[in-house]
Write a protein that binds this ligand. Structure first.
Ligand SMILES: Nc1ncnc2c1ncn2[C@@H]1O[C@H](COP(=O)(O)OP(=O)(O)OP(=O)(O)O)[C@@H](O)[C@H]1O
Ligand SMILES: [Mg+2]
Length: 246
């Protein structure tokens, strides 16, 4: 990477950081407005307006997180912090968090994770991988008939996660390329599907740092299944560990 690239990346990261704080406030206040117990019931038009703001600020916030984390992956400065979590509950929480987007598009997201699997992992990073895969699926399934299934399969030494959609599918010749930084299949899709092409690069980086693998199985027009594995015992380099916030 030359100096100009480096300077550009630093600038983007700095800029993104500045955007993150006000956006977090927008997302937070939307949640307050959506909770009738706090603020009272909104009428249908008000509710619709808040839902649109909420759905789009959620997408934007995810995008900013991705830019900041891509920089960390490139420079090898991403840190991890572990504790035991119940996977079914995590997936349920992610689905709930994405509700503003899925409800707006009338897409169904189903949690098929096995009950009571406990895994020692970095919860925030695992959430980021799953959210990115689900957000992609949301973008490529049809409105109203879109169905996304999220699940887990337990094996001896690892857990396999999957995110299955009935979207437009991905042709076999780009199954590897989609995990590259800034890769997007078709620019004509951009009007419908926004983003920078960082999500899968980030998923791959996080999954591999945790000792797993990620791949896709998909046929054009039939839908896609993204899989990734997570070892039950993660071996990290010492310097990649961060203390948990108290
Ligand atoms: N579920 C899916 N169905 C069809 N195509 C997909 C799916 N997931 C990813 N892709 C293809 O892979 C490309 C790369 O995905 P990736 O998540 O890295 O970037 P993005 O979603 O375009 O942008 P970003 O994640 O930065 O918002 C997408 O642009 C799309 O062409
Ligand atoms: Mg994406």
């Amino acid at each position: 990477m030359d100096n100009l690239d480096k300077a550009r990346e630093e600038l983007v990261a700095l800029f993104s950081h500045e955007l993150k704080t006000p956006l977090t406030l927008v997302v937070g206040w939307c949640q307050v407005l959506q909770d009738y117990k706090i603020i009272g019931r909104l009428n249908a038009e008000q509710k619709n307006a808040v839902d649109v703001i909420s759905a789009n600020s959620t997408i934007l916030r995810n995008e900013i997180e991705n830019i900041l984390d891509t920089k960390k992956l490139i420079y090898g400065t991403m840190l991890f912090s572990f504790r035991k979590i119940e996977l079914n509950k995590l997936i349920q929480r992610i689905i709930k968090r994405l509700k503003p987007v899925t409800e707006e598009r009338k897409i169904r997201v189903v949690n098929l994770a096995t009950k009571r699997i406990i895994l020692r992992t970095d919860e925030d990073r695992l959430e980021q991988v799953l959210s990115n895969l689900i957000m992609n699926a949301i973008d490529f399934v049809p409105r109203k008939t879109g169905v996304i299934k999220v699940g887990t399969r337990e094996e001896d030494r690892e857990i396999t996660f999957y995110v299955k959609d009935n979207g437009k599918g991905i042709s076999k010749k780009i199954h590897r390329q989609i995990f590259e930084k800034l890769f997007q299949e078709d620019s004509s899709y951009r009007r419908k599907h926004t983003g920078l092409g960082l999500g899968l690069f980030l998923c791959k980086g996080i999954v591999e740092n945790l000792g797993g693998r990620i791949w896709v199985d998909s046929k054009l027009r039939k839908g896609s299944i993204f899989y990734f594995t997570h070892p039950k015992k993660v071996k990290l380099r010492r310097f990649s560990l961060r203390r948990r916030k108290q």
